[in-house]
Design a protein around this ligand. Sequence first.
Ligand SMILES: [Mg+2]
Length: 342
Amino acid sequence: MLLRFRPYTLELRHAFTLATSSRTTTPDMLVEVEADGLIGYGEAAMPPYLGESPGTAAAFLRQVDLTGCPTPATLPALLRAIDALAPGHPAAKAAIDIALHDWMGKKLGVALHRLWDLDPAKTPVTSFTIGIDAPDVVRQKTHEAAPYRILKVKLGRSPSLDRQLIGSIRSVTDKPITVDANQGWLDREDALRLTEWLAGQGVVFVEQPMPKDRPDDTAWLRARSPLPLIADESCQRLADIPRLRGVFDGINIKLMKCTGLHEAREMIALARSLGLKVMLGCMTETSCAISAAAQLSPLVDWADLDGALLIANDPFEGATVVDGRIVLPDRPGIGVQPRPAA
Ligand SMILES: [Mg+2]
């Protein structure tokens, strides 16, 4: 089996501002595996603050040896061996995981969600992210988000700015809002007051309210919060999940954090067995990784799979969003094809 990869720069439609950073591009690596005349597509999206880069991904991918072609029986062991090549590199590992799953689905002639016996009619609605911005820009972006039924808002700068941002959106729409503080709330009493206020503003849940190294404060907040708390930065991989019980109400799974589809499926099963809610999220990434994650979406409570909608140069077409809901293409594998040149 041949393995190819090349760096690709994702151009963002709007500057992407979080509590701690702002940027207009995301480094990415496009990966292909090829055998028997079939190509499997994968991708590593690497926001710089997470520590991977096209250089680290290339160095990792050069170590991967693909002798023999994956089947449903052999793929898990192959992915474990790739994971064991080096610690870290979750996005590079996700790229190869996605490409191998895509190739295997094509070889079997079946979409992955059908291989996993998931009902494509059960895909969730996906939220659309409104970034941190000036109030008039936030109102404009809220208008542009008309096709989406749930809005996701990045908070975490200060309680007063957070209230102002929610107020700007509420001046335009009464749609449900999910909130992501990206670890930005540092005082638990402030966090509780803000959570109580948000509960009265039609907010559905709060993602990662406090820093990931503060589980005791997060558990304190959870015991009092009227809204569910969802772990993002606190939940990277399968091994993180057991210690989240009692601290969070659910987890946000992203392929780029957890090394791909194989581990994501294990995480969903473990989270369910522990009574945790499950959300499926993404980085800014192309329709390749989004369509891969979308194959799992019939299993989750909430999806935040707007990553490909936030970039201006998506080289693939795959899963789409129709009337706010994820629609899975009925093509084999992850269901993507290269987008015809404009
Ligand atoms: Mg998040």
